[in-house]
Design a protein around this ligand. Structure first.
Ligand code: IMP
Length: 173
């Protein structure tokens, strides 16, 4: 059974960087009352910390997508739980846990752009640049990491380990 091993991003590193990201968002979007769209489930911890680090008027919503089964990419992406409000004419920031191949984000951006937001930005906690198979623009990146499968701080393996307060490599696969 694979287990969380080496720490890749510590709790302190997460909090420091998220405060910086929040300040960037606040600076860029101060007068736009953005809607931050968290991508479930992985981004819910990041979202909670990020909005508390973003001291401007904003609203939140969540969208649920399924793209992975047990840690392997299926290449298939679908919305399993949609937004509860319209984003037409709104300044939207998609808050995503990780960009790996880029398939999920590409699909999400296309889907949300079709709803005619005023603008659409993407804020991602972790970028695995090496693994990218489709080119997709990301506006705010927390950390760039090498090609390791990570768990903790929202990241799961078969639904487990989301509750770790740090990001660790999954070891023993
Ligand atoms: P992509 O479509 O390949 O870019 O994958 C994005 C999704 O894959 C993320 O939203 C995660 O749910 C999942 N994912 C990719 N890499 C990891 C990882 O290292 N740990 C946990 N989930 C991952």
């Amino acid at each position: 059974m694979p287990q969380p091993g080496r720490v890749i991003i510590s709790e302190a590193e997460l909090q420091t960087r998220i405060v910086e990201l929040g300040a960037e968002l606040a600076r860029d979007l101060a007068h736009e009352r953005p809607i931050l769209v968290g991508v479930l489930q992985g981004a819910f911890l990041f979202m909670a910390d990020l909005i508390r680090a973003t001291p401007i008027d904003l609203t939140t919503d969540f969208i649920g997508v399924a793209s992975y089964a047990g840690g392997k990419s299926s290449g298939q992406v679908r919305i399993v739980s949609d937004l509860s409000v319209s984003i037409e004419g709104r300044t939207v920031v998609v808050v995503e846990d990780i960009v790996d191949t880029g398939l999920t984000l590409t699909y999400l951006k296309r889907t949300l752009e079709a709803r005619h937001p005023r603008s659409l930005r993407v804020c991602v906690l972790v970028d695995k640049v090496e693994r990218r198979t489709v080119d997709v623009a990301v506006d705010y990146v927390g950390f760039t990491i090498p090609n390791v499968f990570v768990v903790g701080y929202g990241f799961d393996y078969d639904g487990l380990y989301r509750n770790l307060p740090y990001v660790a490599a999954l070891e023993g696969e």
